[in-house]
Design a protein around this ligand. Structure first.
Ligand SMILES: [Zn+2]
Length: 85
């Protein structure tokens, strides 16, 4: 399915997320002082402990810097040329 170029989730992510490769993983907090991340597109929260409106699993870039939820991953993988094993 083609994504509307005006989709509200698009905010210039192609500058840093074009053609990245991703791994599907359980979310792990990167530092003791940072317990969550957000989907780079829809901004849903990732945390280690599941809760309402929180995901505990998603796709992460190889450097661990960016997370994307499974819904956005499927919606944007073609447009951004993403790969995932
Ligand atoms: Zn998302």
């Amino acid at each position: 399915m083609a994504i509307d170029p005006n989709d509200w989730r698009l905010r210039g992510q192609e500058r840093y997320l074009q053609a990245r490769s991703w791994s599907r993983r359980k979310y792990v907090a990167p530092h003791a002082d940072r317990d969550h991340d957000h989907c780079a597109f829809c901004w849903i929260k990732f945390m280690e402990t599941p809760a309402a409106d929180v995901l505990d699993e998603g796709y992460v870039t190889e450097d661990g810097a960016h997370w994307v939820c499974p819904t956005c991953f499927e919606d944007f993988r073609e447009r951004f040329g993403w790969s995932a094993p």
